[in-house]
Design a binder for this molecule. Structure first.
Ligand code: G6P
Length: 369
């Protein structure tokens, strides 16, 4: 088992550290940043349906649902196609409306999640085109889809998903950029810029991973919290949700993810000197707004722990603890910003003595409805 873990204490840690490679593998052979091309044969076949889609519906569960949420922000920005992100279990049971011109993107690491599988079968019966973004080759969801793209992240053993998430984001971003470019909703200049930003992700993820000792220190400082809040805006809002999910899955600390502004409509009532509030506060178009949200927490004596862009002294000054990550375009940043979220949850779970690879009550894939 020690060999399988490649010298790491847990599969989860190994998989977190594999991400520069898994993202690279996912982009390899598809993304040519210099030539300005994205090649994805299983998407290419449905490029017409995608570019003319009236609506795209992302269907998933758990962490894969969070990938869908990031993709909603990206797709709407670069393709101008309305996107809905649905929990598979909610979608399938409510007699969903599927119109001509709707394209479904099913996102699943295992390709075996029962609700996601039935949801796409329901949509298929209603005439929708189904594209799968799946990790496990030949899995049920991969087979039930008309087309799609594999995430090529390799087997994921840790129950809490990590490397599958960043690979899903890499694939979904490539699909969005390709469609946006074909449609012309993305300018040539912005397209080329984003291809280059995508190309740089493996290296930036490797840099983010170098913060591990700092993150471990922060983890030991906050491991006895009973509740926590994760906040972010825009592209970083789903990253906050994912951070909260990771923490509750493996440390059993109650964690709530929220849009940073919406926090005023409820969660702010929980803030006191004991509450850690984790901000995903890297530089983006909402940055000033996020800084004022951080101030609001400080004013109520909450503890602010922030993921900030390298060199952002203004953000660091507002936080009790900071974790720096390399700056990336806001569309691309979630793949980098989620790394500290994963490590934080990992180190808190481990410091509490829990079995982070097999957290209580959770299954790697939920094959029952
Ligand atoms: C379970 C796993 C999660 C995963 C979710 C969806 O809850 O514990 O890590 O995100 O299922 O699984 P899928 O294989 O469909 O991505």
């Amino acid at each position: 088992a020690a060999i399988e873990k490649g010298g790491y204490d847990h599969f989860m840690l190994k998989e977190i550290f594999e991400q520069p490679n898994t993202i690279f593998d996912c982009l390899r052979g598809r993304l040519d940043a210099t030539g300005g091309t994205i090649t994805m044969s299983g998407i290419q076949k449905y490029a017409d349906q995608l570019t003319t889609a009236n609506r795209i519906i992302m269907i998933a569960c758990g962490t894969s649902w969070h990938a869908g949420l990031v993709a909603e922000y990206i797709f709407e920005e670069v393709t101008r196609i309305p996107v809905e992100v649905e929990y598979a279990s909610e979608f399938r049971y409510r007699n969903p409306i599927i119109n001509k011109g709707d394209v479904i993107i099913a996102i699943s690491q295992s390709g075996e999640t029962a609700d996601t599988l039935v949801a796409i079968e329901t949509a298929k019966e209603k005439g929708a085109i189904i594209l799968g973004v799946v990790n496990v080759v030949g899995s049920s969801i991969a087979r039930a889809s008309h087309g799609g793209a594999y995430t090529h992240a390799g087997p994921e053993i840790g129950v809490a998903s990590t490397k599958a998430f960043t690979a899903q984001l890499a694939v979904l971003t490539m699909i969005a950029l390709k469609i946006g470019y074909i449609k012309g909703t993305l300018t040539e200049k912005r397209y080329m810029h984003l291809l280059n930003e995508l190309n740089d992700v493996p290296e930036k993820v490797a840099t983010a991973l170098m913060q591990k000792d700092k993150i471990r220190e922060i983890a030991s400082k906050y491991k006895n919290a009973s509740d926590s809040l994760y906040l972010g805006r825009g592209y970083n809002f789903p990253v906050a949700l994912e951070g909260a999910l990771k923490l509750k899955e493996i440390s059993y600390i109650h964690a709530e993810g929220y849009p940073a502004a919406e926090m005023k409509h409820g969660p702010i009532a929980l803030v006191d000197e004991k509450l850690p509030v984790f901000f995903v506060a890297t530089k983006d178009s909402f940055h000033e707004k996020v800084l004022s949200n951080m101030q609001e927490i400080k004013a109520r004596k909450g503890k602010v722990i922030a993921v900030v862009s390298e060199g952002d002294d203004a953000a660091s000054a507002l936080a009790d603890d900071t974790i720096t990550v390399p700056y990336a375009d806001e569309l691309i940043a979630p793949m980098i910003n989620v790394i500290p979220m994963q490590l934080l949850a990992y180190y808190i779970g481990v410091s509490k003595g829990y079995d982070v690879d097999k957290p209580r009550n959770l299954a790697k894939s939920v094959t029952v409805e």
